[in-house]
Design a protein around this ligand. Structure first.
Ligand code: PXL
Length: 276
């Protein structure tokens, strides 16, 4: 059985990070090993969340895995809580990257032009260095602008800008970059990717559902990682991940006041499994 190591926090309530990655990756028939970075009562968009930092456990966990000769078919990182955690993850990548596995970095730190609570430009700069070690990175446009230190354009961009941004993102060192939340035509939303080695671009769009739910980035990235791990190409995997995310959003739409509680992706898992 294939095995992914995912490194992110546990937000106990408000589906995101590990509470999404575990069930979604399992649906692909892939084992999900976890390195929890922190335990929070909820994700950080709720007021008054608790935060148990697990930074000091990260390297000892990895050391034990090395002693036990444990290996991974993919290394997948999401939300990381501090500069120190980014440095530790860089070290874990060095220890566990092989010629046969891949690294997926979702540089979770910002959306809608703003950094999430607790992050600053120094964190963005170190996330940018972490992206250099990745085979694939999946930022949204806000995260891309922080990674590159370039101005955020809001909705005011065209296809040339998307292509230039993708090239610049791979200049950071990542082999492939995928921009999420791209809309070049009204009522369409999707992803635009670039493979530096092949020098090819690709995109996939679905209808734009005009509601916003927390945690959809984690639903997308977890499905993408699962699909790549079972051997789908990047293009196939992006389609699977976008379709699953859209399906999850449409199954949640009757409940938009619960936007901070994440999407009801559980209802979309049967379709996902059937589609594989
Ligand atoms: O979904 C990304 C995410 C993960 N984990 C925590 C978060 C967020 C986004 O805000 O706060 C703790």
């Amino acid at each position: 059985m294939k095995r992914i190591l995912t490194i992110q926090d546990i937000s106990c309530v408000g589906k995101c990070s590990l509470t999404v990655a575990l069930p979604v990756i399992s649906a692909f028939g892939v084992e999900t090993a976890v390195l929890p970075t922190a335990v929070l009562s909820t994700h950080t968009a709720f007021k008054g969340f608790t935060f148990r930092d697990l930074t000091s456990d990260m390297l000892p966990n990895a050391k034990h895995w090395k002693e036990q000769n444990i290996s991974f078919d993919a290394l997948y990182t999401g939300y990381l809580g501090s500069l120190e955690q980014v440095n530790i993850v860089t070290e874990i990548f060095k220890q566990f990257k092989t010629d046969d596995n891949f690294i997926l970095v979702d540089p979770v730190m910002a959306d809608n032009g703003k950094l999430y609570a607790g992050f600053d430009e120094d964190f963005a700069a170190s996330m940018s260095k972490l992206c250099a070690h990745a085979d694939i990175i999946v930022p949204n446009l806000t995260e891309a602008s922080y990674l590159l230190g370039q101005e955020y354009k809001g909705d005011n961009y065209d296809e040339d800008y998307v292509k230039q941004t993708l090239k610049a993102l791979t200049d950071l060192g990542a082999k492939k970059a995928v921009l999420t939340g791209i809309s070049l035509e009204e009522n369409q939303l999707g992803v635009y990717g670039y493979d530096r080695h092949k020098d090819t671009y690709f995109s996939y769009y679905r209808e734009h559902i005009p509601v916003s739910f927390h945690g959809t980035g984690d639903v997308f990235a977890s499905a993408l990682c699962g699909a790549l791990t079972i051997g789908k190409t990047l293009e196939e995997s992006l389609k699977i991940a976008v379709d699953f995310t859209v399906d999850s959003i449409s199954k949640t739409i009757d409940n938009p006041d619960r936007n901070w509680y994440g999407v009801e992706f559980e209802k979309a898992l049967p379709n996902l499994i059937k589609s594989l």
